[in-house]
Write a protein that binds this ligand. Structure first.
Ligand SMILES: [Zn+2]
Length: 243
């Protein structure tokens, strides 16, 4: 019995070592939506999206501590232009970029989560499509930032689906899906990138939930698990709360 237990511990440690002490710690850039004069959505009781996104981003960073190097595009309540958010991810040579919003402008139901990956505004011609670099590989071709996410779309789609599943393992939403959209904050990111729209802050019930630290903590865990899954698909986690 003791031997079996010991073997399990060793296996777990080996997995953890691969995750933590690989070639380098993966760099995850978390982008808390809005900030400063851009307040984002506002709840009926005055809760602001820019505050919820920053609180959640800090909780995600805490979840990622020791496993990844994580960077926030903004660490306080100030305005940051959209290209500057993408620039943080590109300049730090991030392995993943995750933008966080809670405005729910794309959601149909009061409680929901929508995970976006990038979609080109116009589809490329087949000949051009065939020459696009494969995900995860660098290219010698110089692509301007406003197009560079094209080469990561397949990986970003996988990340979006994993993220949706893992957040839903922690919190059950009424509506949950992934979708592609030509979002500017994703278009220039040179790594797998998603935007997560969590809840609908202008809904009174959702506003209450989005200021509940316990619920935010479960969402942060779900996002951390989704990141783990992307690099190590064998990791899985179970649910505890309903939203
Ligand atoms: Zn927003």
């Amino acid at each position: 019995m003791l031997i079996i237990v010991f073997a399990c511990v060793v296996t777990t440690e080996v997995k953890a070592e691969k995750l933590i002490f690989g070639k380098h710690k993966k760099i995850i850039v978390i982008d808390p939506g809005h900030g400063g004069r851009d307040k984002g959505a506002r709840g009926p009781d005055g809760v602001l999206e820019k505050r919820v996104t920053l609180t959640l981003a800090r909780m995600i960073r805490a979840e990622l501590e020791n496993k990844y190097s994580s960077v926030l595009t903004r660490s306080g309540d100030y305005w940051l232009d959209i290209p500057d958010r993408t620039a943080v991810a590109n300049h730090t040579k991030a392995d993943m970029f995750i933008s966080i919003h809670t405005g729910g402008s794309f959601l149909h139901k009061a409680s929901g989560i929508l995970v976006f990956y990038f979609k080109e505004i116009s589809e490329p011609a087949p000949a051009f499509e065939a020459t696009l670099p494969k995900p995860f590989k660098d290219s010698d071709i110089q692509i301007p930032w406003d197009n560079i996410q094209n080469k990561h779309i397949a990986a970003s789609k996988v990340l979006a689906e994993l993220m949706q599943n893992r957040i839903n393992d922690q919190i059950k939403f009424m509506e949950s899906k992934t979708e592609s959209a030509p979002l500017m904050v994703l278009s220039g990111a040179d790594m797998p990138s998603i935007l997560i729209e969590i809840g609908y802050l202008t809904n009174p019930a959702t506003e209450k939930e989005l200021r509940n630290v316990e619920i935010l903590s479960e969402i942060a865990k779900g996002i951390s698990n989704g990141i783990d899954d992307f690099w190590h698909p064998s990791y899985s986690h179970k649910s505890s709360l309903h939203f």
